[in-house]
Design a protein around this ligand. Structure first.
Ligand SMILES: Cc1ncc(COP(=O)(O)O)c(C=O)c1O
Length: 373
């Protein structure tokens, strides 16, 4: 007689049982806490965007949203000077990153050891920590290769002589500007890397709006290059989950086949469309954030912190006089939540989001005291 299993654990695929899921930044419910740990925008969406969302919360919610987010694709195409066929929209750029792996990378189990490159997800490390998780979920082979100690890109000659880099990897991720360091990369430098790759290259530009330059033109010029963007950070819409990529039309067709039937929620589409009508509001905020970023960098440097140059809406900085983890506790006691990563390359630093000027003042005040004061 068949017996019902005591627990479903034994029924799960071994790869799923062994998986360590993505660790998101803490979402605390502490009153008065200044949250500088997940690179959210400190400024709210434009008032007209909030009005558009409110207006859309009516009986129309019973209907499915546009399956391909077509009106949004069309507006994004105008914004980026491309065709709607170059744009794919996802439930946050996280979803687009996952679909890109599914589109380009074979699971290890599907290829022999001689074809490992076809099952390889490669990334320059440290970077967005979701890539290894997505790679593991897909059953791919992950190939992390170190950035230079100052988080710069290694040259292709250095990658070649280092032997670890796979020029045939099915998919290579580059976070640009880099997270968690904030370091920006020249388009020419990125192009040299892309030109050397035989597989797909994804330039993750989640923070590009805060940078001096971006590399989106590579997605229109090189058929194997995909640029991902998000409405979360620059456009204050983390909660709405809208991201997209710019790519060759054949990549967009492939992603379209893989996506969930209605992958971009209706209110998200409304919010993103309204956002594109009010870009001047957001551009003013980019300037404010950049100016607060430079002030923080200057003043913390004056207090003995080693602050890395940043092209994003966050700073990575090594605090003086005590280990970063001790500072983490000190700042938390002062109701400032920042991020510390245990990985060896970055464990001596803290990463904090550039907030409002008042939030920067609170951070500077706590920095003047220090944990051992
Ligand atoms: C480098 C990078 N890419 C992508 C994302 C994901 O953004 P989204 O909210 O669009 O999924 C993040 C979020 O932190 C990020 O840091």
């Amino acid at each position: 007689m068949k017996t019902v299993p005591k627990s479903p654990a034994g029924l799960l695929r071994p790869g799923v049982r062994a998986l360590h899921g993505y660790t998101p930044g803490e979402q605390p419910r502490v009153r008065g806490l200044i949250k500088l740990n997940t690179n959210e925008n400190p400024y709210p969406p434009a008032p007209a965007v909030l009005r558009a969302i409110r207006k859309a919360t009516d009986g129309g919610l019973r209907r499915y949203p546009n399956p391909t987010a077509q009106p949004l694709r069309e507006k994004l195409a105008v914004e980026h000077g491309c065709a709607p066929e170059n744009v794919f929209v996802g439930n946050g750029s996280d979803e687009v990153l996952a679909y890109l792996i599914r589109a380009f990378v074979e699971p290890v189990a599907a290829v022999g050891p001689r074809s490992r490159s076809r099952a390889t997800v490669q990334y320059l490390w440290p970077c967005y920590s979701l890539y290894p998780v997505l790679s593991q979920i897909h059953g791919a082979h992950a190939n992390p290769v170190a950035l230079l100690p100052d988080f710069g890109l290694p040259t292709t000659a250095a990658l070649r002589s280092g032997k670890k880099w796979d020029f045939k990897a099915a998919l290579t991720f580059v976070t640009t500007p880099n997270a968690p360091s904030g370091r920006g990369y020249d388009t020419a430098e990125l192009e040299r890397l892309c030109q050397a790759q035989q597989g797909a290259v994804v330039l993750d530009e989640a923070y590009a709006e805060f940078a001096d330059a971006d590399a989106r033109e590579l997605a229109f010029r090189l058929p194997h290059v995909i640029v991902t963007r998000t409405f979360s950070k620059a456009y204050s819409l983390c909660a709405q989950r809208v991201g997209y990529c710019l790519a060759h039309p054949e990549v967009v067709v492939a992603l379209d086949k893989l996506r969930d039937s209605y992958n971009v929620n209706g209110l998200g589409q409304v919010a993103a469309l309204a956002t594109l009508e009010h870009l001047a509001y957001y551009r003013r905020n980019f300037l404010r954030i950049r100016s607060t970023r430079e002030r923080l960098r200057r003043e913390l440097t004056g207090l003995g912190w080693r602050v890395l140059p940043s092209q994003a809406n966050f700073l990575l900085a090594q605090p003086p006089g005590a280990p970063a983890q001790e500072w983490l506790g000190h700042l938390r006691d002062r109701k400032l939540l920042v991020r510390w990563f245990p990985a060896a390359e970055v464990s001596r630093y803290l990463r904090f989001t550039v907030g409002t000027d008042a939030e920067a003042d609170a951070l500077l005040k706590a920095a003047r005291r220090g944990p051992r004061a």
